[in-house]
Ligand binder design. Structure first.
Ligand code: SER
Length: 316
């Protein structure tokens, strides 16, 4: 039977790429992109689109009734940096939106749900290096603890109602097709735009702030691989650690300099995002993803840098 896939939050950094990938796999008409805002041209014209506000239960119920999705990807969220400016709104959107979708997925017998978690579920007392799947978790951003609570809800709906929910703790995501939406890892996308436009970049994170990151091609492939994995192979129903590649702003700048030799980086001070980055892991242990669904990373730092600059230079 063919899938009917609803992607909520299709205009965002992940959604833009995921809708395209899913439409290539399943056919354009099978993938309903939805968002609270007007979509980009490519999303609007490559298949069906619906306006959806996940906080509006009647609106969301209507969309489930109309499309009877077999799979739902819920990507609508407020990220770490913006969440600190609008804490209550971030909690409401990230939590109430998730519970609405989980409830309707149970009611409409949706076969699979994907919901993204993040490295932000870890906190200052979590181990910093090779952070394991299971450890102390004391996130101190609203985004981080909304993701941790969300993971608990996902596992709860799996255990209690048999809902097939799957999730990944994404590292910072880097892609050229869409802009990031107000996170702490956004510097690693902005740096490429500024390198091409101005030949220099002022990083809001300090020179030696190591964070786990991942190229979007790998992130999309990981998401689709996890969603295609046989249910019985999955031992984790909260969210899987995913390591990606760990690097500092200096290491990324050095890589860019190999292609743009005159590129210069400087570092600003007192940016509130520094404290958020300092509370997160430097590197991640993702052995469960390798074991359960055979995960293998493809893009390392040099390969990602080459591909980013190659693609971005044609569109900016
Ligand atoms: N990349 C996100 C952020 O920085 C974390 O999931 O907020």
């Amino acid at each position: 039977m063919s899938e009917k896939i609803l992607v909520i939050g299709a205009n965002g950094q992940i959604g833009t790429e995921l809708v395209t990938a899913l439409r290539n796999i399943h056919g354009a008409e099978q993938v309903i992109a939805s968002d609270i805002n007007n979509p980009a041209y490519a999303i609007r014209h490559s298949g069906p689109f619906e306006f959806v506000n996940v906080l509006d239960k009647d609106n969301l119920h209507h969309i489930f009734t109309k499309h009877q999705p077999s799979q739902v990807y819920l990507l609508a969220a407020i990220l770490s940096a913006v969440g600190e400016q609008k804490p209550k709104m971030a909690w409401d959107l990230n939590m109430t939106g998730l519970i609405h979708v989980l409830d309707f997925a149970v009611e409409f017998k949706t076969e699979k749900v994907f919901w993204p978690s993040s490295i932000a579920v870890f906190g200052p007392h979590s181990p910093k290096e090779n952070t394991p799947q299971y450890c102390v978790m004391d996130p101190n951003t609203v985004y981080g603890f909304s993701k941790l609570a969300g993971e608990r809800w996902c596992e709860y709906y799996y255990t209690k109602y048999g809902l097939d929910v799957r999730s990944i703790r994404y590292p910072g995501l880097i892609g050229w097709r869409a802009s990031p939406g107000g996170g702490t890892t956004d510097y690693a996308v902005h740096i490429f735009h500024e390198a091409l436009k101005k030949g220099r970049y002022e990083s809001f994170l300090s020179a030696d702030t190591a964070l786990p990151m991942m190229y979007m091609e790998d992130a999309i492939r990981a998401t689709i691989t996890l969603m295609n994995a046989p249910a019985e192979t999955l031992s984790i129903r909260s969210a899987y650690n995913l390591a990606g590649i760990s690097f500092t702003p200096t290491q990324l700048a050095d890589e860019i300099k190999k292609i743009i030799p005159g590129f210069e980086i400087s570092y600003s001070k007192n940016d509130p995002r520094q404290a958020i980055a300092d509370s997160w892991p430097k590197s991640i242990d993702d052995s469960y993803a390798h074991k359960d669904w055979d995960w293998q990373l493809e893009y390392d730092l040099p390969a990602m840098t080459i591909d980013m600059l190659e693609n971005l230079k044609n569109i900016i």
